[in-house]
Write a protein that binds this ligand. Structure first.
Ligand code: C2E
Ligand code: MG
Ligand code: MG
Length: 694
């Protein structure tokens, strides 16, 4: 290669100085100048970057030795010569040249020809590196492709809107979720497209996005051709374009599942009322509000009277329908701001807030009782169901959810004892009753171990001969802390706590041993009547306990008479039937206690093999006073006899009662007229002496 005077070349090129200054300033573009021999006379920074040769290295070199690939050399040399000599321009073109390392460089090359003051031609090549543009183009097309794929894969809708909410573009993978066809929304503002309430939501959220330049999400619903559809809209502001991108997603399915979950977690499945959890949550909220506003909140605890009987005698399906109907009646009876919930079983709760005086609470209570006055018609049956309800008022009767609930419950129990179909306001005295109940329960836990129980005996007589035929075993409890506690108080508690099972076993063993003593002493075949509670039937050992007790006391089964109430039979549970059949097979007698106080269902008397019917003392008490009681006792005796049962009248206190019972054909009698229940030894003395009497 012929060496060139660099200075000379530069000097020649100097004419183009202002141009060179411009070229020097742009790095992104390569500008090269060549003389007529195709030697480099100018090489800017952009050329250094694109082709790798420094200005030093390039100056003086021939173009074909620098950046022209071999197979293009001849073409370039010829083209250059044609231009210099014949003025044939080299057109601009996208070509691939070489850099210093021999790697391909794609450029868009355009060329100019100058003639300098020495009349020499100088060619300037302006090359733009295509690599970046190519990249950018590739990226654009990739992004487009990717977006397309995303659009196609997502069921979401995309809307591009202006700040004015004018919709300028959209994309929808499927058009089924479009509220209107594109022709009816493109170019329109949202408010002219969507229903007013939905458009308003959009407006609010778009304003928020514009103000706070965050993205926001909100939900709305639209009625589309295929039904009510829930959407979630996500709004993003694109500041560079001053446009808003709205991405809309169909969330109907999630909405439905979450609704179902919510419904399940917070609402009762049978009645669709708020369940215990939600009811108590609302109460908590009401208490919070009421405290601020200095208002009262009333908690009504509602319990259907004798619902269990309906369930047990007519079946669960009828029971369920009754509950649903009850729920509807209650819901219709309340104010919009009140809440009715189902606590479980046949227990409902009504929460009423913003109350100012007790009179309005009374009015609500009365209206609730009223709601149940009309009979229920279920499966062609007419059922009369009443309600007992207890009321606790915040803040007077408590300020916490649990206190109010407990106190309303206590008041409800009070209403039950008042004779049902009644309401009761919580009082401090009730609290005392509750405390007493807990004390009794507490003390009863170890009463057996402490030997605090004793069985008393009350003799039973043949009404005609007035001879002692047997006795009823009645339990007594003397507790060191509480003194004498009566069965009417402690038996139900023992029943509820399950303590009746061991206590009942104690009574069976005691009374049968006593019977053995009594029979041995007085050489007569007496019968011992022992009361059995419903809970005792759930004890798998019941039959064995009774059998063992009979064997231990060396007694015949027919000397034992088990008294049960209708309540036992009404549960209709199979284990009860099994136990009753077992007892019958064992040979013990069965007696229906307290007849006339419950459903007095004759079917039970027929269904199970009863031996004795005990007319409740409330009727015996009435026979001298009113005809209805006498008629009822008369009818009961007639029916019992027709079924082959003996009749015992309990609670005989005066001779007139005894006379009437005799007239009516009652078989046996028991009551204070003869004797109160007595401790064993006293009883033995009494019967011994009674026998001796003429
Ligand atoms: P019940 O089985 O109906 O017993 C009759 C109740 O009437 C007894 O009350 C008895 O003392 C009372 N009584 C008897 N004659 C008269 C009378 O002439 N006038 C009046 N006013 N009352 C009379 P008690 O002993 O207080 O027992 C109450 C209830 O407690 C019993 O009613 C029975 O249901 C239950 N009970 C008593 N002992 C036991 C027991 O060992 N086991 C079970 N499961 N329950 C028992
Ligand atoms: Mg009894
Ligand atoms: Mg009785």
């Amino acid at each position: 290669m012929k060496s060139i005077n660099k200075y000379e070349l530069l000097e020649k090129a100097i004419l183009n100085d202002p141009l060179h200054q411009l070229f020097d300033a742009v790095d992104a573009i390569s500008v090269q100048g060549y003389n007529e021999d195709r030697r480099v006379i100018y090489w800017n920074r952009g050329s250094e970057i694109i082709y790798g040769y420094t200005e030093e290295e390039a100056i003086g070199q021939k173009i074909e030795d620098l950046i022209i690939p071999k197979d293009m050399s001849e073409f370039v040399i010829n083209a250059h010569r044609d231009w210099v000599q014949k003025g044939i321009e080299i057109p601009a073109a996208e070509i691939t040249l070489h850099d210093k390392d021999g790697a391909d460089v794609e450029v868009f090359s355009s060329h100019v020809m100058f003639t300098n003051q020495h009349d020499k031609k100088q060619m300037y090549c302006v090359d733009i590196d295509m690599a970046e543009t190519k990249d950018a183009q590739a990226q654009v097309s990739f992004k487009e492709h990717m977006l397309q794929t995303i659009f196609d894969a997502t069921p979401d809708l995309f809307f591009l809107v202006e700040k004015s909410t004018k919709i300028i573009d959209y994309y929808a993978g499927s058009e089924k979720n479009l509220y209107k066809p594109p022709a009816e929304f493109i170019g329109l503002e949202i408010k002219d497209v969507l229903p007013a309430d939905v458009a308003k939501k959009f407006k609010i959220h778009i304003n928020k996005v514009l103000k706070e330049s965050t993205s926001v999400t909100f939900e709305y619903e639209l009625i589309l051709a295929h039904g009510l559809t829930y959407f979630e809209a996500r709004i993003n502001y694109l500041p560079d374009y001053e446009q808003i991108l709205i991405i809309v997603r169909d969330i109907t399915e999630q909405h439905q599942t979450s609704q179902a979950i919510k419904q399940h977690a917070y609402y009762d499945t049978l009645t669709s009322l708020p369940n215990r959890f939600l009811s108590l949550d609302r109460l908590s909220q009401m208490l919070h509000d009421a405290e601020r506003n200095e208002e009262k909140v009333a908690v009504f605890f509602l319990d259907l009277d004798d619902f269990k009987k309906v369930n047990d005698s007519l079946g669960h399906e009828v029971g369920d329908k009754l509950l649903i109907e009850a729920a509807t009646r209650l819901t219709n009876a309340i104010r919009k701001t009140d809440t009715v919930g189902r606590l479980g079983g046949d227990e409902f709760i009504l929460l009423s807030s913003a109350l100012h005086d007790d009179n309005s609470i009374k009015t609500i209570a009365q209206s609730l009782l009223e709601v149940f006055r009309a009979p229920f018609h279920i499966d062609g049956r007419e059922l009369i169901i009443t309600l007992s309800l207890g009321v606790a008022v915040a803040p007077d009767n408590g300020t916490t959810v649990s206190d109010l609930l407990r106190n309303a419950d206590t008041a409800m129990y009070q209403a039950k004892t008042l004779g049902r179909n009644a309401y009761s306001f919580f009082t401090k005295e009730m609290n005392t009753a509750m405390i007493r109940r807990f004390e009794v329960e507490e003390q009863m836990r170890n009463a057996l171990e402490r030997n605090e129980f004793e069985v008393f005996y009350q003799p039973q007589f043949d009404s005609k001969t007035q001879k002692v035929i047997g006795a009823e075993a009645l339990l007594r409890w003397h507790n060191s802390a509480l003194g004498n506690v009566f069965p009417d108080e402690f038996i139900p508690i023992a029943e509820q706590t399950g303590l009746i099972v061991p206590i009942g076993q104690y009574v069976i063993n005691e009374s049968l041993n006593f019977l053995n003593r009594w029979q041995t002493q007085q050489k007569s075949d007496f019968v011992m009547a022992v009361n059995l509670s419903p809970r005792q039937f759930r004890d798998k050992n019941l039959l064995k306990v009774i059998n063992d007790a009979l064997e231990n006391a060396n007694l015949n089964p027919e000397n034992l008479e088990l008294e049960i109430t209708e309540g036992v039979l009404m549960t209709g549970q199979s284990y009860i039937t099994d136990a009753l059949v077992g007892l019958q097979e064992l040979g013990v007698k069965l007696s229906m206690d307290d007849f006339g106080t419950g459903y007095s269902s004759l079917s039970y008397l027929r269904q199970y093999h009863f031996d004795v019917l005990k007319v409740d003392r409330s009727f015996v008490n009435g026979i001298t006073i009113n005809k209805e009681d006498r008629d009822l006792v008369k009818a009961s005796i007639a029916i019992a006899h027709s079924l082959g049962l003996k009749v015992v009248a309990e609670g005989v206190e005066i001779s007139e009662q005894l006379n009437i019972l005799n007239e009516l054909g009652c078989d046996y009698v028991q009551g204070y007229y003869f004797s109160k229940p007595m401790p064993g030894q006293k009883f033995l003395d009494y019967t011994e002496n009674y026998r001796l009497e003429p």
